[in-house]
Ligand binder design. Structure first.
Ligand code: ZN
Length: 61
């Protein structure tokens, strides 16, 4: 697993769309790669924020 591939998978992983066998590989990579772990934390934060905005909008509609 290289960092480029890992970072392509991170978004799907956060959304829960990554197949379990790939998620295992990605988790193993995140455990040993600080760069991708930071990227993951950052995207997770961003997606959580977007979801919050989206659900707020839905409640107001
Ligand atoms: Zn990496």
């Amino acid at each position: 697993m290289n960092c480029r591939r890992a970072q392509e998978w991170i978004e799907s992983y956060i959304m829960g769309d990554l197949p379990p066998e790939l998620a295992d590989q990605l988790e193993a990579h995140l455990n040993q790669c600080e760069t991708c772990r930071r990227c993951y934390e950052e995207q997770k934060r961003l997606i959580a924020l977007l979801r919050r905005l989206f659900s707020t909008k839905q409640r107001m509609a």
